[in-house]
Design a binder for this molecule. Structure first.
Ligand SMILES: Nc1ncnc2c1ncn2[C@@H]1O[C@H](COP(=O)(O)OP(=O)(O)OP(=O)(O)O)[C@@H](O)[C@H]1O
Ligand SMILES: [Mg+2]
Length: 260
């Protein structure tokens, strides 16, 4: 079924966000509740709520400019956008009044889109730098078991790695911290499908270790195939909250909010 633009605007809009208010009643392992965030006077994250169970993978989707990166940054307690209202709870701990380094110590780790590999440092030094202060997570050896390619290239300068390897290194650095929630912003961007396969496999292994993941991806189908649940944003608000399978099965929903 494909709907025309007219049909889409004229039909009654279904309420895809019916699950979005559950945070108020059922505190989950990881909860974002009524989050509002601003870049200066620009009001971007407009009351985002969702719950994630421990060890679950949530796909946070939406068109370009929907507010996905801004939501991740607000959750990680970065200064911009500034979260002015809302609550963030992780494992019974309130994160919403924390500084970003405190949220990181509490177990939130954002892997930004640009990967931030530090130049002048080898692969191994990039990982070791993440372990300079507690709480320390996976050992270097355990990380190389998950990413053998990084082990093979441990003496190579990090910035000379391929795009896929750099993505692995930035995930590795997050694991080198003792994390509970991994926030991934566009981890598949610019990568060949075979490399995406490889990263997907490691994300499943990370999940088996009990780590909770929120993945933002333009490659929505791949993210939905990996994820248990999905939240869709549109202009900074939640328009759908449900299972990943529901989104895969709902062509009208995908066409309207994901353009796929
Ligand atoms: N530093 C900033 N200052 C002002 N506005 C910003 C800033 N960064 C992002 N925005 C605006 O906030 C809105 C949401 O941007 P955001 O980057 O969160 O979207 P996104 O869903 O991640 O998009 P994409 O899929 O393109 O990465 C956009 O309208 C964007 O122009
Ligand atoms: Mg973005």
């Amino acid at each position: 079924m494909t709907l025309t633009e007219d049909q889409l605007t004229n039909r009654e809009r279904p309420d895809f966000s019916r699950h979005a208010n559950q945070a108020a009643t059922a505190p989950a392992y990881f909860s974002v509740w009524d989050l509002h965030a601003y870049y200066g006077e620009s009001y971007i994250v407009q009351g985002v709520s969702f719950n994630v169970h421990e060890g679950e993978i949530l796909a946070l989707l939406g068109r370009n400019g929907a507010g996905k990166t801004s939501t991740l940054r607000a959750i990680a307690r970065l200064d911009n956008p500034e979260a002015r209202r809302g609550e963030i709870w992780l494992d019974h701990k309130a994160l919403h009044n924390m500084k970003s380094y405190e949220a990181a110590a509490a177990g939130i780790q954002l892997v930004p889109e640009d990967r931030r590999i530090i130049s002048g440092l080898t692969v191994e030094e990039n990982i070791q730098l993440a372990q300079i202060a507690p709480p320390i997570g996976w050992s270097v050896d355990r990380i190389y078991e998950l990413f053998p390619r990084l082990g093979e290239r441990r003496k190579q300068e990090g910035v000379t790695l391929s795009g896929g390897e750099q993505q692995m290194l930035s995930i590795a650095r997050a694991l080198a911290r003792n994390i509970k929630v991994l926030l991934l912003d566009e981890p598949y961007e610019g990568l060949a499908p075979v490399i995406v396969d490889e990263i997907e496999k490691t994300l499943n292994i990370i999940k088996e270790q009990g780590i909770t993941t929120v993945i933002v991806e333009q490659n929505a189908i791949r993210a939905l195939m990996l994820a248990d649940r999905a939240v869709i944003l549109d202009t900074g608000t939640v328009v759908f909250d449900g299972t990943a399978q529901e989104v895969l099965d709902n062509e009208a929903l995908r066409a309207e909010y994901l353009a796929i």
